[in-house]
Design a protein. Structure first.
Length: 122
């Protein structure tokens, strides 16, 4: 995951232990991406423009369980990265309030890669 200084990215990190259907996973990742983008509109306009203009790179990664997701969320917040944790409404596959996906970014690719370099694609 090499990167130049100005590259930006967003990562969507999903819990593998929930065994979500493909459709459910897609919607949960969409929630995370949308929420992170809305935060960026308010707080990081230049970064958001750079991200959009370079193709709005997004990747979906996996963690084994909730504690792993929560650790990453804390690390991302400590690094002052945009984050959003998705909690499901409970209308379909899983109980209400279940944390499903962590969105990180848009942000500097080198900073985000440093946090997620050991994660596998979903």
């Amino acid at each position: 995951m090499s990167s130049s200084h100005n590259e930006t990215t967003m990562v969507l990190i999903a819990r593998k232990d929930l065994k979500l259907s493909a459709g459910k996973l897609a919607v949960q990742c969409a929630h995370a991406a949308t929420s992170c983008t809305l935060v960026a509109i308010k707080s990081e306009k230049r970064l958001l423009e750079r991200w959009k203009n370079s193709g709005a790179r997004k990747i979906c990664l996996q963690v084994e369980d909730l504690p792993s997701l929560q650790i990453l969320a804390g690390q991302a917040q400590s690094a002052n990265l945009i984050t959003h944790i998705v909690k499901d409404a409970g209308h379909t596959e899983i109980p209400a309030g279940t944390i499903t996906v962590l969105g990180i970014g848009p942000g500097p690719r080198r900073s985000i890669d440093a946090l997620v370099q050991d994660l596998k694609p979903y």
